[in-house]
Design a protein around this ligand. Structure first.
Ligand SMILES: C[S@@+](CC[C@H](N)C(=O)[O-])C[C@H]1O[C@@H](n2cnc3c(N)ncnc32)[C@H](O)[C@@H]1O
Length: 235
């Protein structure tokens, strides 16, 4: 059967199929491999930090709610949400290997009946029903149109997602070169994208999402969170 994905998404899927297992363990379980990975694990502590901070932002609202996590990886964040009181979690990821890992994690956690895992793309313009939409480490992998489609799909939803800042710190430069330049030079067709704050805010505005806030904390290093959860409190 013909693969319905065009070559760029197919390459992205293969890239993450190969990478997700050690990426998740070095991000969340502190088991980096060689010296380069140890350096990257240092940066990935920001990955852990952004999950912790986002969870704290969501925690007061989670009881009985459904969280849709796009680019869910191995399902780590959704399981944190379930432990914090969410009723259901729906994970979507382009990588079948990531979705398989997430399914296995939910078997181990005994949450299979409260979770759904789907192979899918952020930019296909649709999102399953749910009270909150999250996406961590996702937009770095979305080209312009896919990013825009994801933002449009957020309309009418409460959301929190991360993006990578590049305003001059050492960690931001290392992350930029590791992620953007390394893949540009050696990525064999897989690309990552730097969408600066101005671009993120401009695209959100074009998608009709004007009232958003940005969270910036030292422990997230190059990572930032953008959200509209304050609208919940204003209700
Ligand atoms: C940096 S990892 C983050 C995983 C997870 N959100 C976390 O923070 O632990 C990026 C994830 O986005 C997924 N991804 C990349 N492009 C995607 C797309 N277009 N649609 C959905 N998922 C995508 C990858 O397969 C990978 O699992």
């Amino acid at each position: 059967m013909k693969d319905p994905l065009t070559s760029q998404p197919r390459r992205m899927r293969q890239y993450w199929d190969e990478k997700i297992s050690w990426w998740a363990s070095s991000s969340y379980e502190e088991r980096p491999r060689g010296p380069v990975e140890q350096l990257m694990a240092h940066l990935r502590r920001s990955v852990h930090a952004r999950a912790v901070i986002a969870l704290e932002m969501l925690r007061p609202h989670l009881e009985g709610r459904t969280v849709v996590d796009v680019g869910c990886g191995n399902g780590h964040f959704l399981h944190c949400c379930l432990e914090a009181g969410a009723a259901r979690g729906v994970g979507i990821d382009i990588s079948p290997a990531a979705i398989e890992e997430a399914r296995q994690l939910s078997q181990r956690h005994g949450t299979a009946d409260r979770t759904e895992w789907h192979v899918g793309r952020a930019g296909d313009g649709t999102l399953p029903p749910g009270d909150f939409v999250t996406g961590f480490g996702l937009v770095d992998w979305l080209e312009r149109d896919e990013c825009m489609a994801f933002f449009k799909a957020l309309t009418g939803r409460y959301f929190v997602f991360s993006f990578s800042e590049m305003d001059g710190s050492f960690d931001e430069w290392v992350h930029y070169f590791y992620l953007i330049k390394r893949l540009e030079w050696f990525g064999n067709g897989v690309r990552a994208y730097h969408h600066p704050r101005k671009t993120i805010l401009g695209r959100l505005k074009r998608a009709g999402l004007r009232d958003v806030r940005i969270v910036e904390r030292p422990e997230m290093r190059f990572g930032r969170l953008v959200h509209n959860l304050h609208l919940l409190e204003e209700q």
